[in-house]
Design a protein around this ligand. Structure first.
Ligand SMILES: Cc1cc2nc3c(=O)[nH]c(=O)nc-3n(C[C@H](O)[C@H](O)[C@H](O)COP(=O)(O)O)c2cc1C
Length: 232
């Protein structure tokens, strides 16, 4: 099993440590794990040139940083996105990477391999907002075509992992173990559900009448998706 992790921060706080607990629990699957830490591995900010949408992803000024990560994500069975809650949202450094994935959203050029993956999104907050982060991360996975994603959002009542109370850590360990077991059972055996299929169908109708972005439209034609083929 291949796992890719996009860490929304560099430091090893509560979010990192919870992610690590998940990775440890998934170790019975003998995973090959690739980790990226933002901003160390993040591209520069999106400059809004639209090159990825209209000319191709290789024309993005940050393609040399973005594309190697994208290739590894395409090969992964499980994609983990995690971020601490910063002012009720994801960290800016992770958002910078996610912006560069805009061309891979279903309205544009989703990759067929995304439709068989499983996702896991993780966030911690001191007191409120972790669910807002996981919701946002999950939305990205959905629009990339990832049909199944699990969330783990925790209010840790602390500013770092060291000061999270022992009883809270125990509770986290138990919850992580349960969820990891579920993921272990399902990974490599995922099929798109009704929501993903419906969204794909709507996007297919959009592409049929698309007369402004030929890069997107030609991609759909080449894949055979406007001729009855599906990416799953
Ligand atoms: C810039 C910044 C903004 C934050 N915003 C929130 C917030 O909106 N709600 C909250 O409960 N905690 C907030 N926190 C606290 C962290 O989300 C919380 O301590 C989290 O568990 C830290 O995770 P980490 O140890 O992985 O960095 C914020 C922390 C920082 C540094």
């Amino acid at each position: 099993m291949k796992i890719v992790v996009l860490h929304g921060q560099m430091h090893k706080g509560s979010t990192y440590n919870i992610t690590k607990l998940f990775l440890d629990k998934l170790s019975d699957k003998d995973p090959e794990i690739t980790e990226f830490f933002m901003p160390k591995h993040a591209p520069g900010f999106c400059i809004g040139c639209f090159n990825c949408f209209t000319k191709g992803e290789d024309k993005c000024p940050h393609a040399d940083v973005v594309q190697p990560i994208v290739k590894i994500m395409e090969e992964a069975d499980l994609i983990i996105l995690e971020s601490p809650c910063y002012v009720f949202g994801i960290s800016g450094q992770l958002k910078t990477f996610l912006d560069h994935m805009g061309y891979r959203w279903m309205p544009h050029r989703p990759h067929e391999k995304m439709f068989s993956k499983i996702g896991l999104v993780i966030s911690t907050a001191a007191g409120a907002g972790a669910k807002k982060v996981t919701k946002e991360l999950k939305r990205n996975l959905f629009y990339w075509g990832v049909p199944k994603a699990y969330s783990y959002a925790k209010h840790v009542g602390a500013l770092n992992w060291e000061t999270v109370k022992p009883e809270k850590k125990k509770q986290i360990e138990n919850e992580v173990a349960k969820l990891a077991e579920k993921i272990s059972r399902e990974v490599c055996n995922v099929k798109p559900g009704i929501k993903t299929k419906a969204m794909f169908k709507i996007m297919k109708m959009n592409q049929s009448s698309n007369d402004w972005n030929m890069t997107d439209k030609e991609y759909w034609i080449k894949k055979g998706w406007l001729n009855g083929k599906n990416p799953w």
